[in-house]
Design a protein. Structure first.
Length: 147
């Protein structure tokens, strides 16, 4: 790749720093996500529709990046989102997340932009949005089809 090729517009992996690897892995499994066979005792992988979610111990992730592990802020300035095909699917997904141990931050509600959205925190405080956006269609493979 050269400078004229540009920077590929893709997110291959999102890795979350977690306080207890197995506890967090069980949480995501309880959401219905399947642990990859490529997982190991050091890192757990989950395949999503078009990327991979990794779980890695918080302190080890900081060390890998060469930064100090100074503690996890309550809001990191980042949300992860799962778009769903209907408001009813959003409600069901929130129920599944809560049953797995998530904390609802903002219950699902109609939005000012014509959608339906709510937020939860996973066991380590990572903020997830569950949303239905009627203006974002899906491909047959379950990926967002944005022009």
């Amino acid at each position: 790749m050269t400078a004229t090729d540009g920077f590929p517009a893709r997110i291959s992996i999102v890795t979350l720093g977690v306080s207890d690897l197995e506890r967090s892995a069980r949480f995501y499994e309880q959401l219905g996500w399947r642990r990859s066979a490529k997982s190991s005792p050091e890192i757990v992988w989950f395949r999503t529709a078009d990327s991979v979610l990794g779980l890695f111990p918080y302190e080890e992730l900081a060390a890998d990046a060469g930064i100090p592990a100074t503690g996890e802020p309550s809001f990191r300035g980042v949300t992860l989102a799962v778009n769903l095909e209907s408001p009813e699917q959003v409600d069901t997904a929130v129920e599944v997340a809560v049953a797995a141990g998530a904390t609802v931050v903002k219950p699902p509600t109609a939005t000012s932009w014509g959608g339906y959205s709510g937020y939860f925190e996973d066991l380590d405080g990572h903020l997830w949005e569950l949303a239905h956006n009627p203006f974002f269609p899906f491909t047959e493979a379950g990926q967002l089809d944005l022009p």
